[in-house]
Ligand binder design. Structure first.
Ligand SMILES: Nc1ncnc2c1ncn2[C@@H]1O[C@H](COP(=O)(O)OP(=O)(O)O)[C@@H](O)[C@H]1O
Ligand SMILES: [Mg+2]
Length: 276
């Protein structure tokens, strides 16, 4: 174990080898997908451990969303392998992904604006009474339970979510994901539309989920959104993985160099397509 730790900054393990001890929640290996002639994701490897936040960084068009859509079952990879808890996973549609405990929160949140938090939590998966009617009491109680864990200051249980702030809406979307036992949460540009205060609120939510052992892929084109929250960052450029680094082993400037120039600093492990 000690040797594996030391190897991060000295002798690097071979490409594709895990940087971290223990069984990863997620291993995406040698993933490729092309649209027409465009290699949107080109031989990419990423991992995620329980309770870990991995920032997936890169310019717009780098392939970040496409990569995570493969994990979420929205796209099928042309080649490559996904392992969940160390075992090969067959993910061919979003339902499969949910079965593996993978939940995705897209930038748009996909909330139903005209109904309240509880109705959003149970959208399409409503609790019903023995008579077949909607069990609003049970759904509100469950919603209060999850929100109490996530965002204890949340009070707007009776309001349509249209009236909530961006941060509150984000917590409803996260509550919906974790209530149904997400172990792996994918957040694609979660703070892109939020102000500083609400961004801080989302950061608190992420820390809470991390403490509960949930693994999170946090996707952003902006290093400032993720560097402080992430345990590791994986950087993509033109569909390829530039490299992966622990945030304690690299500076923000070095990560910017990875994003902009594709340059791999000494503290990072180069991806299969990474340029040294
Ligand atoms: N459904 C699609 N059809 C065709 N091209 C696509 C599709 N989805 C993504 N792409 C292309 O794949 C590349 C990566 O896009 P994307 O994964 O959205 O990047 P990012 O999320 O890093 O901004 C881009 O060139 C984009 O135009
Ligand atoms: Mg994207």
């Amino acid at each position: 174990m000690e040797q594996a730790q030391a190897s991060v900054s000295t002798a690097l393990p071979p490409p594709g080898a895990s940087l971290i001890p223990g069984t990863p929640l997620v291993e995406m290996r040698d993933i490729c997908i092309a649209f027409g002639g465009i290699h949107a994701v080109d031989h990419v490897n990423v991992d995620l451990m329980p309770g870990e936040v991995v920032g997936l960084l890169g310019h717009n068009g780098a392939g970040k969303s496409t990569l995570i859509k493969i994990l979420a079952g929205a796209y099928k990879a042309d080649s490559g392998e996904i392992r969940i808890n160390g075992e090969a996973a067959g993910i061919t549609n979003p339902r499969d992904a949910k079965r593996y405990g993978i939940e995705t929160i897209y930038q748009t949140l996909a909330l139903a604006d005209n109904v309240d938090a509880a109705a959003n939590l149970f959208l399409g998966r409503e609790i019903r009474t023995a008579w077949g009617t909607l069990d609003d009491v049970a759904m509100e109680a469950a919603t209060r339970g999850v929100m109490g864990r996530l965002n204890p200051n949340f009070r707007k249980f009776k309001e349509p979510v249209r009236g909530l702030s961006g941060g509150q809406r984000q917590s409803v979307a996260i509550a919906r994901a974790i209530h149904f036992n997400a172990k792996i949460l994918i957040m694609d540009e979660p703070t892109a539309a939020l102000g500083p205060q609400e961004t801080a609120q989302v950061a608190e939510l992420i820390k809470q989920l991390k403490a509960e052992g949930i693994g999170i892929f946090l996707i952003s084109h902006d290093i400032h959104d993720v560097f402080d929250l992430a345990d590791r960052v994986s950087v993509m450029k033109n569909g390829k993985l530039v490299g992966t680094a622990r945030t304690t082993d690299v500076t923000q400037d070095e990560v910017l160099g990875m994003i902009i120039l594709g340059k791999v600093p000494p503290g990072a492990l180069a991806g299969p397509g990474g340029m040294q």
